[in-house]
Design a protein around this ligand. Structure first.
Ligand code: CS2
Length: 494
């Protein structure tokens, strides 16, 4: 058995040379970025880029203060405390090259449930120039259909009642910005890094809604003293499991309680609208642009939608990870036809060459045999993902009077997925905020196929669109009477 070293500052020097470790003095770093939601994704993406910037260019002014707001995040709080804020980013490319890099850019950490006032104070600290977030699709409390902020969400109602013990990002931001105003301090840039359309505009609208209800006199100050750049973030990051933890021990002698595993590819495109001087992230591969919209549409409709399709169809086939789905010829044929016939017409205003190369690269990324990207991760919270990844394509196709056969098949397959049984009659869990509604509606759809489409919070009035419902009903009927592979073959030949 190889000797392993518990990950912490003291042991860094004992790690084998094959491990990339921070070469900078972490004690000299000044924290100017506060990040809410220290998820695996943040740790594989923004914290990585910032680590590279500090490490390669000695930019010591851009340390990150990590913040988590939910009790369910206590695990990361304890682990980062044990490991002096260090963790391993373990990247795996499709050719089988593995790299272990210790990330040292998170130099401070605050845990909301333990001390909410300390978090508010830190957010109000003028040294913090950027407040960034990865709070996942469902953290924005949006109405899935209209995309509008849901002020009546129970968490939001609670925050309105107990403003100094907030639970949501909106409660925290409001109190912190109020303090900045009271103390005559500058505002900050609020940078969303989530997979939602126009993420900066979205957080801005949601925050303005919250503030106009709770602290209306603050609105004018916020609009003058904050900016909300949109950004597009991309790096496939899996759920860490014990096999990864063991592999790191065996391959690199690192004993890390919660490493992050991701592909080697990564992309970050940000609108250049920072209130104050921004980190020179462009030195480490980040692109700054005037408008994120073309990149974001391409990514959400191709990569994220592609994932959801491989997740839903693959789970019904009995597969467990993206690699298995993405190396199945039938599933890939369906995905390719969906992209070519039904997504590309909605992206016709974009550069065709860029789209082709993105699409081509996607196949290699999905087929990375070294990543165990579980379909359960992909399918979780589909009720928040489908409205962002698939429904906008459907709406555009219907508007343009183009064919929607494959898109309708995907929605019907999602209904079939919510039966909770694969084609070999093995059951799986439906992990979703509204799993009860999904399961009930899928059951009712045996009698009346439209029952599933009538979940208004997901589909809006799609059940009233006859062009769509005809195609959807045909697909659902097929799916109820055949295994998924047979259905895919029929749909692909149609
Ligand atoms: C995935 C994303 O959650 C999902 O459904 O599609 O997490 C995806 O892996 C990332 O957006 C990749 O950048």
């Amino acid at each position: 058995m190889t000797k392993t070293y518990q990950l912490n500052m003291e042991n860094l020097k004992l790690l084998p040379e094959t491990v990339l470790t921070p070469t900078f003095n972490r004690d000299l770093i000044k924290t100017s970025i506060l990040h809410i939601g220290v998820s695996n994704f943040h740790r594989s993406h923004q914290a990585y880029y910032t680590n590279e910037l500090i490490d390669k260019f000695n930019e010591l002014n851009y340390g990150i203060c990590g913040v988590d707001l939910l009790e369910t995040d206590r695990k990361i709080y304890n682990i980062l405390k044990d490991q002096d804020g260090l963790y391993t980013l373990y990247t795996k490319d499709p050719e089988g090259n593995h790299k272990a890099r210790i990330i040292g850019s998170i130099v401070e950490y605050f845990f909301g449930p333990e001390n909410p006032l300390a978090v508010i104070e830190k957010m109000a600290n003028p040294d913090i120039k950027i407040i960034s977030l990865t709070i996942a699709e469902d953290g924005y409390q949006l109405n899935e259909v209209t995309g509008a902020f849901n002020i009546n969400h129970p968490f939001i109602e609670e925050d309105i009642k107990t403003p100094f013990k907030p639970k949501t990002v909106f409660g925290y931001l409001t109190q912190a910005l109020k303090l900045r105003k009271l103390r005559n301090l500058p505002g900050c840039t609020i940078l969303s890094c989530d997979n939602i359309k126009a993420n900066g505009d979205t957080i801005k609208e949601a925050l303005f809604n919250y503030v106009s209800k709770t602290e209306p006199e603050l609105l004018d100050w916020i609009s003058k003293n904050t900016t909300f750049p949109n950004s597009m973030v991309d790096r496939i990051t899996t759920v860490t499991d014990f096999k990864d933890i063991d592999a790191l021990k065996n391959e690199f002698a690192i004993d890390d309680q919660w490493p992050v595993i991701s592909e080697s590819f990564s992309q970050w495109i940000i609108e250049d609208r920072f209130l104050q001087e921004k980190p020179a992230w462009e030195k480490v591969g980040v692109n700054f642009t005037d408008s994120i919209s073309p990149f974001e549409r391409m990514k959400l409709r191709l990569l994220n939608a592609g994932h959801s399709i491989l997740g839903i169809l693959g789970t019904i086939c009995g597969y467990k990870n993206v690699y298995e789905s993405a190396t199945d010829d039938d599933l890939m044929l369906f995905l390719t036809l969906y992209m070519n016939d039904e997504v590309l017409p909605t992206l016709s205003d974009l550069n065709t060459e860029n789209i082709k190369s993105y699409q081509h690269n996607l196949v290699t990324r999905f087929q990375n045999p070294y990543l165990n990207d579980r379909l359960s991760r992909i399918c979780s919270e589909s009720s928040s993902k489908i409205p962002l990844f698939i429904l906008p394509t459907i709406k555009d196709l219907l508007k343009q009077k183009k064919t929607i056969t494959k898109a309708a098949f995907i929605i019907a397959a999602w209904c079939r997925y919510n039966d909770g049984l694969n084609d070999s009659k093995t059951s799986y869990n439906i992990n979703d905020n509204i799993s009860g509604t999904l399961i009930r509606s899928a059951a009712l759809s045996y009698q009346n196929p439209l029952k599933f489409l009538e979940i208004e919070s997901v589909f809006g009035d799609l059940s009233k669109n006859e062009t769509f419902t005809e195609s959807y009903k045909t697909s659902l009927n097929l799916l109820r009477n055949n295994d998924i592979k047979t259905c895919i073959n029929i749909i692909c030949k149609a």
